[in-house]
Design a protein around this ligand. Sequence first.
Ligand code: ADP
Length: 401
Amino acid sequence: MIAPKFPKNEHGRQLAVNKYKLLDTLPEESYDNITALMAYICEVPISLVTLLDKDRNFLKSHHGIPFNESPREISFCGHAINSDELITIVEDSREDERFHDNPLVTDYQAIFYAGATLINSDGYKLGTLCVYDTKPRKLKDEQKNALIAMAKQVTNLFEQRYQNLKLIRLKDKLNKRNEALEKFAQVVSHDLKSPLANIISLTELLEDENKGNLNDESQQYLKYLKSSSYSLKSYIDGLLEFYKSDELLKDRNELIIVQDLLKDLIKLTDPNKTVSFYFEGSTKTINTNKSALIQVLVNLVTNAIKYNLKSKVEIKINISEDESKYNLLVEDNGEGIPAEFLDKIFNIFNVVGVEDRHGNIGTGIGLASVKKIIDNLGGEIKVISELKIGSTFFFTIPKTF
Ligand code: ADP
């Protein structure tokens, strides 16, 4: 018997074998289907997908034999990967000096062997797709071609697995980075809150204590200081709300009475009852996460009131349902959103840049929170709008059973 030599590029080849993380994995249907098919096509009892590891031949699929590895020094495949041919054939191993006294031949009657090499995209020969028979024989050209073609399919499966592993690693890395960024933004916003509250109350104190003593210019400076502090406060509040929306989603679903929901909504968004609300739709109850739904509606209705310069603010809310989801609509008669902004306003920090009815330009966080919540609930949100006529936001919440 002649043990197979290690190829010259063995170090790189071993690294290539390792990168697919297939060694010592369990059998998989996709490889087992290929070996079963090859045994049938080549009319032999045994077919294997093999990977040559340091000192063993690992059998990813083993059709016709009960074991999943054998020593590399007695392997036929070790010889096959040293060959320049795409397929290595031993018609009668008893007459081949490399194999005649090999225990696979003497103890297991591995008389006939044909192995097509598994060559990866970097040119490394990882192992083989091979067939064995217990008697000497020949393969037809079609059978050889089938073996070579299916070996390519096996390496395609390896490459697909590698790409999947890469994607999973990348996704994990991105998730971790995302979590770290979210934590950072949360901590920074939280830590800025109390010094900012101090700035606001001290500015107000300064203003009160010096009433009548300040010249116009100083009064203007104080006004700037106050309005800048308030706009910073709404950024920070918005950011905290954005990150808190993940927490909201941990709440359980509950049965919400639509009438009560709408009463709460008015209390939260229009305590002075200046807005004309119109409620439509046949749905009486909604089974979902209440805090999440309230946050979405409060954001949409607050915007509908804020971005509205009409003397009579009108808001229509329609709640209906079908078999699989609730359909909600919030329509206003406000300023409308320019068409080129419609697909941007759900991105964080994106604003149209026009002043609201209080003379402020928004922070662009509210609708990003809304979208995040609806995405996480499994729904969708869309908007249509016409300048000076109004905007309509449609969103869905899937029913959970
Ligand atoms: P913010 O109101 O803090 O800016 P949003 O993310 O809620 O943040 O809104 C983003 C932008 O979309 C707003 O700045 C505003 O220009 C526009 N917008 C949102 N809702 C409406 C609406 N109902 N009518 C008109 N413009 C709106």
